[in-house]
Design a protein around this ligand. Structure first.
Ligand SMILES: [Zn+2]
Length: 495
């Protein structure tokens, strides 16, 4: 080891990885981890950070981020950094009509990979944290899909989502405009199989969901009491099953996003047994909130799939603990009241009386990112439902391995990016508003025990004890490598 002075030394903490918890100091230079050891007190560093009594964790990776509607990359990444996340994996694609509605000028180009390029240039300037990109394929890509997917993979965008619900050919509504037909889902999977890509699906049966919504609307059953009934569990497990059959036929892996229904767990188990690389993601709200919360707090908790019941919540925790579910993503959209009620940030609205909102006219989306990790720590680690090591696996190691960015991101061995959190397990916090633009904090009022007190990206502190000290203009785009993924031959194992 050279005598060169390091940039920072994090001392006295307990380092948590997916495998174990050890007493370890971390020496940081040039944005990377240089050395990890039980006692590095002899090393010279410009800054010494005391982590005694605290844990050192790799930062969170938000596997499911939408920084293009309410909160954009500036405030979105601020919320992320406050919450211990410094790699945001954003869904970016050809939802051009939405980019127009939400003023994303970079999103108005015609060719899907050009939209992604525009986003990367914009986000490098505006974000406080690093980011990767998931593609988003819509019906607008149907004519040049054969070029779109290989081009995305070449750019390091190796995963792409399609919507199996919100069928524009059934329901004529601003919120029902994203689905692609099964034929196109199948083509996406085939192209993924040939190019090392990972298809992601929003799995709800769009035809049945549209049928139910039409029926409920025509009978005037539009209150929040009908939110859950109109999107029952079976629509989700059926769609996951259908997507898994398609992936198996096409020879591609599969990543169904934001899972919520208990019936999905045996479906994932079955296809795993059959040898399909299938990765399951859930969200902090499916782990901690239910339909009862929606009935109490109203339209602000509308999300898709909907909040479900205690049995579903238990199944999600069990799935996380046993390894059937592999990741937790925020699905943060940063929606404001105006946006939820009118579809536009500038829309004028009158706050509906509780129980009198038309739930089908309310946009689905929550504000979850800033408190995602502390919420899961409080309800998962503190209660013994998952271990600290599992917490690190699902928030850091697994997403990095699945999306081909490990071990640069998601772990802290020497040579990796120095993206770390100092976590205070004794720090209490009552959730108020987030640091973004949203006036609807999903976990508002929840009491938390265990919070990040410092967040670092590539050795630079972004948030220090509740203060944002990071700067815009230093964010890096992280490219996924298809050959380094958990589904590539010889790739890392995900648990
Ligand atoms: Zn989403």
């Amino acid at each position: 080891m050279s005598a060169q002075i390091a940039d920072a030394l994090v001392m006295g903490g307990l380092l948590v990885s997916g495998d174990n918890v050890t007493r370890a100091d971390v020496l940081i230079s040039d944005g990377g981890v240089r050395e990890v050891g039980p006692d590095l007190s002899g090393r010279d560093a410009r800054r010494v950070i005391d982590a005694a009594g605290r844990y050192i964790l790799p930062v969170g990776i938000d596997s499911h981020a939408h920084p293009v509607y309410g909160d954009k990359m500036d405030t979105f990444s601020m919320c992320a950094a406050y919450g211990g996340v410094t790699t945001i994996v954003a869904f970016i694609g050809s939802e051009t009509h939405r980019h127009e509605r939400f003023g994303n000028t970079w999103g108005l180009r015609k060719y899907n990979p050009d939209i992604v390029k525009g986003f990367i240039e914009y986000a490098e300037q505006d974000s406080y944290t690093d980011f990767a990109v998931h593609g988003l394929v819509t019906i607008r890509d149907q004519d040049d899909l054969d070029q779109v997917i290989p081009d995305l993979v070449r750019m390091g965008v190796i995963s792409y989502k399609v919507f199996m619900t919100w069928n524009p050919w059934v329901l004529d509504s601003a919120t029902n405009d994203l689905a692609v037909p099964d034929e196109m889902v199948m083509r996406v999977m085939e192209l993924a199989a040939h190019n090392g890509g990972l298809p992601m699906v929003h799995a709800e049966n769009g035809c049945c969901k549209a049928y139910l919504e039409t029926r409920y609307r025509s009978q005037g059953m539009t209150s929040i009491q009908h939110c859950l009934d109109s999107a029952p569990n079976i629509l989700e497990s059926e769609a996951v099953n259908r997507a898994a059959i398609m992936a198996q036929l096409a020879g591609s892996p599969l990543y169904p996003v934001h899972l919520s229904a208990r019936e999905v767990v045996p479906v994932l188990e079955r296809y795993t047994e059959l040898g399909l690389p299938i990765f399951g993601e859930t969200c902090p709200h499916y782990l901690t909130l239910t339909n009862d919360d929606l009935l109490e707090k109203g339209y602000r908790l509308k999300v898709a799939p909907p909040l479900r019941q205690n049995e579903d919540q238990d199944a999600m925790w069990q799935g996380l603990a046993t390894g059937v579910l592999n990741t937790i993503g925020s699905d943060f959209t940063g929606y404001t009241r105006a946006l939820k009620l009118t579809g536009s940030l500038e829309g004028e609205f009158v706050e509906p009386e509780p129980g009198h909102e038309n739930i089908f006219e309310v946009a689905a989306g929550l504000s979850t990112l800033e408190h995602m990790m502390p919420v899961v720590w409080t309800h998962g680690v503190n209660t013994g439902r998952i271990t600290m090591q599992r917490f690190v696996q699902v928030f850091s190691e697994n997403p990095a391995k699945i999306f081909g960015i490990w071990p640069q991101k998601g772990a802290l061995p020497p040579g990796s990016d120095a993206d770390l959190i100092i976590w205070d397990p004794a720090k209490r916090h009552v959730v108020g508003q987030e640091h973004g633009i949203s006036d609807l904090s999903t976990f508002e009022g929840m009491e938390l025990l265990g919070m990040p007190v410092m967040t670092m990206v590539r050795g630079e502190v972004v948030v220090d004890d509740g203060r944002l000290v990071g700067k815009q203009g230093t964010a890096q785009y992280v490219r996924g490598d298809p050959n380094a993924t958990a589904y590539a031959p010889g790739g890392p194992n995900v648990s």
